[in-house]
Design a protein around this ligand. Sequence first.
Ligand code: 13P
Length: 362
Amino acid sequence: MALDQFRDDLEATAAALAAPGSGLLAADESTGTIGKRFAAIDLENNEANRRAYRSLLASCDGLEQHISGVILYEETLVQTSVNADGSDGPPIVQLFRERGIVPGIKVDLGVEPLAGGLAGETWCTGLRGLAERAARYYEQGARFAKWRAVLRISGDGCPSELAVRENAWGLARYARTVQEQGLVPIVEPEILMDGDHDIATTASVQEWVLRTVYEALGLNGVHLEGSLLKPSMTTAGADCPQQPSADEVGEFTVRTLSRTVPAAVPAILFLSGGLSEEDASLCLNAINGAAALGAAPWHLGFSFGRALQHSCLKHWGGHDRSAGQAALLARARANGAASRGAYTAGSEPSDDSSLFVANYSY
Ligand code: 13P
């Protein structure tokens, strides 16, 4: 079987990504999404600026102490870096690899409206030709992949059973396909923070979603020891009047995961989903605190996009590389500590603005 030749490598890669006190930098914004980030700092979304920004990330000394892997967008996987003085540097992937940071790649092709679903529901595209693309990404240095399926909670019936099953099945087909090409799949069933539902509602929906996802992964013969889960934290909708404390998020999240995620999965790496930088770190810290009480079987780390890059982008502002790197390192340190349950609130600088964007697409 194609998968058998890769089982040991997949497990080794997953274990490297699950290193204690570390997590992933999700820098896989599509060209459209990075444009929104650049617009916030008044920067044009062109190839030179994207290259300069991703070169900043890849040349950040010390990042490897807290970051085990980086998720890239296809453009970055084949891009040469630019040095601080403007001269050409080595490939961006090489810079990450030299530091021991494993490169990964976003392989889904985005979401589309789900025919037969409820208003606003989506399915995730990208299965056609995926095996060939995954093989090419492996050749180009990627060792893991990401596929983001999106579900929403609403008072009028979302998520529908159709949306839950379709998105779980897509994640499972993707995971099996990329494992056969040697890439560790990050399975990402994101439940958006949009809505006014309370944390108990999120917990029951998320249990249903994760149960369905692992059933589909089992049916597809996904090698769980060589896979990772990237869920949202179990929290209330952004418009819920009763916002939970970080400790409540920790307790609900660990309860949800312990009811649904097999112990064979080496690590659960949370997305930040629109939480502010500091809140994301505090919630991750509380999750690890709650997990320690029940001796959770998995490494509980992070795979943050917005919550790792927001102040970095602001401090960089298109030109100040070292200020951007200092801000990035501060949040990487904070989240590395939070992955051990050892983060002290406010001990690292952050930008406390809410990063929530309604109906966010990546
Ligand atoms: P956020 O941490 O900004 O939610 O993004 C993580 C990610 O990779 C979403 O797919």
